[in-house]
Design a protein around this ligand. Structure first.
Ligand code: FES
Length: 198
């Protein structure tokens, strides 16, 4: 996991960091399952070739679960029951264990979400720095409340506990982009950038 500067605005002392998930490709010699696994055509259309390519890239070592889930989430947007079933089969574990990991970490989702997931820190250190006002600005800009998705399917808004950026609170993430030292007036400009991508 690498944090690298993306935008720096010295005038407002705000900065934006971009997080890159470095998930290395692995050469796998799978002796347990004799190579690649496949999901039957009766499973969800999420279990498509791209998903299976990712799953088959990893070995049957359960220590691969986190990077595997990260890559699947990045590809599909969420971890469907069919995907968790395929992961469990690949790693030689139970669907319950995969589901437990997928629901423990706030960065994973087992439900469909918007193209961009806005996660705003809701912990006390960020409260002190003004996260409530930032949250209200996000809600006003998107017209939704926490846990909701915009009608166009573009944004989902979530409040989460500490993002590990307490020193630069208020902090939020939009997918893998990380923002710190936020002020309410920055929110329209930040979100407009994502709208312009589409
Ligand atoms: S308390 Fe907000 S990022 Fe840690």
């Amino acid at each position: 996991m690498v944090f690298a500067p993306r935008v720096e605005d010295k005038g407002t002392a705000a900065f934006i960091l971009h997080r890159q998930m470095n998930i290395e490709s692995q050469t796998v010699h799978d002796t347990t399952y004799g190579g690649a696994i496949h999901v039957s055509s009766s499973n969800s259309d999420h279990a498509d070739s791209a998903v299976m390519t990712i799953i088959n890239k990893y070995g049957c070592d359960q220590r691969n679960m986190l990077p595997l889930l990260h890559e699947l989430q990045a590809e599909v947007g969420y971890l469907s029951p069919e995907i968790m079933e395929a992961v469990a089969e690949r790693l030689g574990t139970t669907v319950g264990q995969v589901h437990g990991v997928a629901t423990f970490y706030s960065l994973f989702s087992t439900e469909p979400k918007g193209r961009y997931v806005v996660r705003l820190c809701d912990s006390p250190p960020c409260h002190i720095e003004g996260s409530k006002a930032v949250l209200e600005a996000v809600k006003a800009e998107l017209g939704i409340s926490e846990g909701e998705t915009t009608e166009d399917g573009m944004f989902t808004l979530e409040t989460v506990s500490c993002l590990g950026l307490c020193g630069v609170g208020p902090a939020m993430m939009v997918n893998d982009d990380v923002y710190g030292n936020l002020k309410p007036e920055m929110i329209p400009h930040i979100l407009a950038g994502y709208r312009e991508e589409n």
